[in-house]
Design a binder for this molecule. Structure first.
Ligand SMILES: Cc1cc2nc3c(=O)[nH]c(=O)nc-3n(C[C@H](O)[C@H](O)[C@H](O)COP(=O)(O)OP(=O)(O)OC[C@H]3O[C@@H](n4cnc5c(N)ncnc54)[C@H](O)[C@@H]3O)c2cc1C
Length: 463
């Protein structure tokens, strides 16, 4: 492609900013990033409390976050944040050690079985499901893998493996099919409690691509990255280092694609801005008739029939975060996971709460809950908030005040039927059609690295 091509990028989150970085690295400097908010970072939001930044959005990374590492290198920064640590409680607020045989004498047979299944699962992923862990979902529904290896070099890999079609199954069925149901006890912590839904509804492809074996072991061993100034700072730094930093507070009223040009109408501007190509990292979601308040792409894009047909299949989670103060004597000594609440029967309850700074009780604790499941009625926001605050009392860490809160449009994805029917290959086949490229969370997975990595690959493949 001509290096002077004029490119519009919608969204100044990890996907949009890293698209800018990778374009720039490849010699494309005629790009413009348009961000609706008055800050960059998207779901990486790190406000300040008592002089220190805390996390309302993304918290951590793992050593295989190669794209995030590219950003760190580009900016000359590193993951310098507090070490993470956690313990477990049951729904009654009692501290438990679910994986410690000595503390669970009656559960020893189950724990031993789980250990065996873990080994089998690790081997299955490397053999039967060879190719499962590359970024993105291209070819999976057809029993192929096609992408870039998850290594620092990201060498291109592709091949045929009909077993990969199993990745369309909900993760619980996938585990059952392979006789490794008990590994869900390990995967659930960094999956469901991190807002990515329940194993009976989410296709295994999402689960194992995000939580590949190595990444899961890093979670188990708490071998994780954090950033002192918060994850938002990574993207603020990147924005500061880009040749064309994001334009903030931009309200896009209309995007019209015609005659090989993309016209972007912005509030307050008399004339549209005219581009050659557009990369959309904002949600592609086109809501159904339920009035869920979520803005759809069709409200400002001249969406075509194929876009409408495919993007209306996207569903998402509702992940709610509260930042609360506690009295010093009620402050938790560490972060806690509440496994009992990571099942759909406990929808809306507190699944994790996070203490970021070990040396300080004058700080906020952040809480996490999910309130949406495919087969259930959504728990209303206020009900969920009340449940979480009650749960904190049960945990003996009651909140004295809520200082910040948001309900996040989270983890856009498709369900098994559409995954199996090749949703990803159909969308991939549309890349570049209408001078439009699709990136951001739904195209790979809803975490910082996989969205940034997808942008890297998009630039690699098409620019
Ligand atoms: C509570 C929480 C915890 C998380 N924990 C982790 C974690 O520990 N580790 C991890 O890796 N990830 C985590 N994530 C996920 C991670 O933050 C996201 O996956 C990542 O930010 C996605 O990047 P993105 O650029 O695709 O989307 P976003 O971050 O959502 O950014 C999209 C951007 O587009 C902008 N935008 C949207 N619509 C428009 C429009 N019409 N015009 C202009 N701009 C628009 C938005 O304002 C936003 O800035 C967490 C997220 C949350 C909310």
């Amino acid at each position: 492609m001509d290096k002077n091509v004029k490119i519009c990028i919608i969204g100044g989150g990890p996907a949009g900013l890293s698209a800018g970085m990778y374009l720039e690295k490849k010699g494309y400097t005629n790009y413009t990033i348009l961000e609706r908010n008055d800050r960059v970072g998207g779901k990486c939001w790190s406000p300040t409390y008592n002089g220190r930044r805390y996390e309302m959005g993304a918290i951590m990374g793992v050593p295989s976050y190669y794209a995030v590492h590219d950003v760190e290198e580009f900016c000359g920064i590193t993951h310098d944040g507090p070490k993470l640590n956690r313990n477990y409680k049951n729904a009654q607020g009692k501290v438990i050690e679910p994986f410690e045989p000595k503390k669970n004498i009656l559960k020893i047979p189950r724990l031993l079985k789980m250990k065996k299944q873990l080994k089998v699962f690790g081997e299955l992923l490397e053999t039967k499901y060879k190719g499962y862990d590359i970024n993105g979902h291209r070819g999976v529904a057809e029993g192929r893998y096609d992408g870039f290896a998850v290594t620092p070099e990201r060498e291109p890999v592709s091949g045929v493996n009909p077993n990969l079609k199993d990745l369309a199954l909900p993760f619980s069925e996938f585990c059952k099919k392979n006789g490794v149901e008990l590994v869900q006890d390990i995967w659930i912590g960094p999956y469901t409690s991190f807002g990515y839904g329940y194993f009976d509804e989410i296709p295994a492809g999402y689960v194992v691509k995000y939580l590949d074996f190595q990444t899961t072991m890093n979670f188990v061993k708490v071998n994780l990255w954090t950033w002192k100034e918060g994850t938002q700072w990574i993207w603020e730094q990147l924005n500061d280092h880009l040749k064309n930093p994001a334009r903030l507070g931009v309200a896009i009223e209309k995007v019209e694609r015609k005659d090989g040009k993309v016209c972007v109408y912005i509030a307050g501007e008399a004339e549209p801005e005219v581009y050659d190509k557009i990369i959309v990292t904002a949600p592609l979601h086109i809501p159904d008739k339920r009035a869920d308040g979520q803005k759809g792409m069709d409200e400002y894009f001249d969406v075509r029939d194929d876009e409408k047909q495919l993007f209306s299949k996207i569903d998402y989670e509702r992940y709610d975060v509260l930042a609360v103060e506690t009295k010093p004597e009620d402050h938790p000594e560490i972060s806690y996971y509440v496994f009992d609440n990571m099942v759909k029967e406990r929808l809306g309850h507190l699944m994790v709460y996070y203490r970021r700074w070990k040396d300080e009780v004058n700080q906020v604790i952040t809480t996490y809950s999910l309130r949406k499941h495919k087969d259930m009625k959504e728990v209303p926001y206020e009900d969920c908030k009340k449940m979480v605050l009650d749960d904190l009392k049960t945990m003996k860490n009651p909140a004295s005040n809520v200082v910040n809160e948001w309900s996040v449009y989270y983890f856009p994805h498709v369900f098994s039927e559409d995954y199996a029917a090749g949703w990803y290959d159909k969308v991939e086949a549309m890349q570049g059609k209408y001078d439009t490229f699709y990136a951001g969370e739904v195209m790979s997975f809803g975490d910082m690295d996989e969205t940034a990595e997808y942008s890297r690959e998009l630039v690699e493949r098409f620019f």
